[in-house]
Design a protein around this ligand. Structure first.
Ligand SMILES: [Zn+2]
Length: 73
C-alpha cells in the first residue's frame, strides 16, 4: 500500500495520524529521482529534464506539438 493510500485511511484519526506521520513519512530528499517529478502529472519515472522540459515521456508525447517539437522518423 502506498503512503498516500495508508494516510487517507487514517485521516480522521488524529492520534494515529500523528504517529503515522512521525514514523512512516517518506524521507525529504535533496537529490535523486523523487525530487524531480513531471510538471504536468507528477510522475517520477521517465522524466525528460533536457532543455528544462521536466515532462515525463508520456506527457511529452501529448504536449510536444504545442511546445514546437516536430516529429521525425
Ligand atoms: Zn507527466
Amino acid at each position: 500500500m502506498s503512503f498516500e493510500n495508508a494516510k487517507k485511511q487514517i485521516e480522521n484519526k488524529p492520534v494515529k495520524l500523528a504517529r503515522f506521520m512521525k514514523f512512516n513519512k517518506p524521507r525529504e530528499r535533496k537529490f535523486g529521482r523523487d525530487t524531480k517529478p513531471c510538471r504536468r502529472c507528477g510522475k517520477t519515472e521517465g522524466v525528460i529534464h533536457k532543455y528544462g522540459l521536466n515532462y515525463c515521456r508520456q506527457c511529452f508525447r501529448e504536449v510536444a506539438r504545442d511546445l514546437g517539437f516536430d516529429k521525425f522518423e
